[in-house]
Design a protein around this ligand. Structure first.
Ligand SMILES: C[S@@+](CC[C@H](N)C(=O)[O-])C[C@H]1O[C@@H](n2cnc3c(N)ncnc32)[C@H](O)[C@@H]1O
Length: 248
C-alpha cells in the first residue's frame, strides 16, 4: 500500500519507518476494523503533530477494541521513546446508538443486522479487552484516559477538561450523524490551529458526511476535506485560512 502522498502532504515522509510501522500494525490490526492505510495515516497524524510541536492531547471518539488508539500510543513510544501526548479513548462499549433519518437507508439496513459478517454485534466492544491490551503493552494511566459512556454526555465533560490543553489530533470514528455532530461541535473548537481531524466514516456513511458538511457550513469554516488512500476515510487540517499558495 502506498501512503507516500499523505506522508508528503504532512511533511513526515522520512519519519514513517517501515519496519516500525509494520511492527505496530501487527499488534493493533486484530483490534481494529479500520483498514491498514487508515491506521498508518492515524499514526502519521500523531508524528506530524509532535514534529510540528502542536499543542494538545490526542482523542478518539469511537475506539471500539482500541486498535487505532493504541497505535497512536505505540507510535509515540517507538519513535520518541515515551508518550508525549496522552490519548483519550471514548466509547459507549455498548455498541452504536440507533440510526436516525440523517444516516440514510444503508445505515438503517445495516443496523437491522442482516449482514452478520460485518455487523460486529452493532460494533459492540468489551472494555476489558482494550484494558488488557493497554496493560500488555505496559501503558500507564497518565498515558491514556478511557472514558466510557455515550458521547452526548461524555464529550462535553472531556471538552471542558481539555479546554486549556487542547487537542493536536482528533479522530472521529462514531459512524452516525449525531455521534459525529456532537464530537465536531465540542472538540473541533479546542483543536489546535494546524491540528489534524480524521473523519473515518466520511465515505462509509451518509450521516457522517452530512454532519461534517453541516458543521463546516454552519460555522463558516474553510477547512479542505481530503481523502485518505482509496477513500478509506477523510481528514482535514484545522487552518483558519490558507496563508500561501504552496500550502496543501
Ligand atoms: C466503527 S467503531 C470504531 C472503530 C475503531 N476506531 C477501530 O479502530 O476499529 C464505532 C465505535 O463508536 C462507538 N460509538 C458510536 N457512537 C457513539 C456514541 N454516540 N457514544 C458512544 N460511543 C459511540 C461504538 O460503540 C463503536 O465502538
Amino acid at each position: 500500500m502506498d501512503n507516500s502522498i499523505t506522508f508528503q502532504q504532512l511533511g513526515i515522509a522520512d519519519e514513517m519507518n517501515k519496519p516500525i510501522i509494520k511492527k505496530i500494525l501487527d499488534v493493533v490490526m486484530p483490534y481494529s476494523m479500520v483498514h491498514e492505510t487508515g491506521i498508518v495515516f492515524t499514526m502519521a497524524a500523531v508524528v506530524y503533530a509532535i514534529k510540528n510541536e502542536l499543542p494538545g492531547a490526542i482523542l478518539e471518539c469511537g475506539t471500539w477494541r482500541g486498535g487505532c488508539s493504541v497505535a497512536m500510543l505505540l507510535v509515540q513510544r517507538e519513535l520518541f521513546g515515551k508518550i508525549l501526548k496522552p490519548v483519550y479513548m471514548l466509547d459507549s462499549f455498548e455498541g452504536l446508538p440507533r440510526v436516525d433519518h440523517r444516516d440514510g437507508p444503508l445505515a438503517a439496513e445495516w443496523q437491522a443486522g442482516t449482514d452478520q459478517e460485518k455487523f460486529f454485534d452493532n460494533c459492540k466492544a468489551a472494555q476489558h479487552d482494550l484494558e488488557r491490551l493497554l496493560q500488555q503493552h505496559h501503558f500507564l494511566h497518565g498515558d491514556y484516559k478511557l472514558v466510557r459512556g455515550w458521547f452526548e454526555s461524555t464529550v462535553p465533560n472531556v471538552a471542558a477538561e481539555l479546554a486549556c490543553q487542547g487537542l493536536a489530533v482528533l479522530r472521529l470514528d462514531g459512524d452516525w450523524y449525531a455521534s459525529t455532530e456532537v464530537a465536531l461541535k465540542q472538540l473541533c473548537p479546542i483543536t489546535s490551529e494546524q491540528g489534524v481531524v480524521v473523519v473515518d466514516d466520511y465515505y462509509a456513511w451518509d450521516g457522517c458526511a452530512r454532519a461534517l458538511h453541516d458543521y463546516l457550513s454552519s460555522n463558516d469554516l474553510p477547512y479542505r476535506i481530503k481523502s485518505l488512500p482509496y477513500n478509506f476515510g477523510a481528514y482535514f487540517i484545522k487552518r483558519a485560512y490558507r496563508s500561501n499558495f504552496n500550502e496543501f
